[in-house]
Design a protein around this ligand. Structure first.
Ligand code: IDP
Ligand code: MG
Length: 229
């Protein structure tokens, strides 16, 4: 995440310099060939007034001529901000768990940067789960993931990958701790309602696989100063 200069706030804006393509080399060999994602970055009003302690080098508003860095973003840029691909599987959609699952990530404090309802083609499911292609359950897994619409999400935050895995719980819902999504909402591995990336590298890979150009949005949350000091 890059530091964003937001002193004085401003209307959401989009400029060529605010568009970036930050995807890794594509590993997808699908004929549907997803294009590299161009992320759209919006800037929003700062959560704090200009004389807040969160702004640096402000001695007097009258003498201020240059914009200053909003410290939470500067701090975040120095930390390891990750992205995780989270997907509500067809059983989660059919059972009306979409709001419940999204809510858990929102309440935790991560930032939603991509969201869509999507009917997954077989080729994409196979690419996503290619590491499991030798498993005996692979064909039924592909049937399951393509059996109805899924909700694709990209979430951003420091430590989001490991934290999301904790929120989701063990692969087998009967072994998942109460309080986790799978522990609370599912009973069988083959119907475990949600997917979460297992590493920051796979987070980037999977977001690039499931989202197209313009579908991942970089935006500034006004809650940021209330979530991280
Ligand atoms: P994860 O989703 O917790 O990361 P993985 O081992 O990566 O678990 O498996 C991917 C998905 O494959 C699981 O979430 C589950 O839907 C399915 N799966 C894994 N093991 C089995 C199994 O033994 N039987 C049926 N489906 C399985
Ligand atoms: Mg996995």
């Amino acid at each position: 995440m890059e530091a964003v200069t937001v002193f004085g706030g401003g209307r959401p804006c989009l400029s060529s310099s605010s568009i970036r393509s930050s995807q890794p080399e594509r590993t997808c060999s699908l004929s549907c060939s997803h294009k590299p994602i161009i992320r759209t970055q919006y800037r929003h009003l700062a959560a704090f007034s200009s004389n807040s302690h969160l702004f640096s080098n402000i001695s007097s508003r009258k003498t201020l001529t240059k914009p200053h860095i909003f410290l939470p973003h500067l701090v975040a840029s120095l930390e390891n901000v990750e992205e995780s691909y989270i997907m509500i599987k067809p059983d989660g959609v059919q059972r009306g768990l979409v709001g419940e699952i999204i809510s858990r990530f929102e309440k935790k404090g991560f930032k939603l940067i991509g969201l869509k309802l999507f009917q997954c083609p077989k080729e994409l499911a196979e690419e996503h789960y290619k590491d499991l292609s030798a498993k005996p359950f692979f064909p039924t897994l592909i049937d399951y993931i393509t059996s109805g619409p899924v909700v694709c999400m990209a979430w951003e935050g420091v430590g989001v990958v490991a934290s999301a895995r904790k929120l989701i719980g063990s692969t087998n819902p009967l072994q998942a701790e109460p309080g986790t999504i799978r522990g609370d909402l599912a009973v069988q591995t083959g119907r475990n309602v949600v997917h979460g990336s297992d590493s920051p590298e796979n987070g980037k890979r999977e977001i690039a696989l499931w989202f197209n150009e313009g579908e991942v949005i970089q935006w500034t949350s006004t809650l940021a100063p209330w979530l991280r000091e």
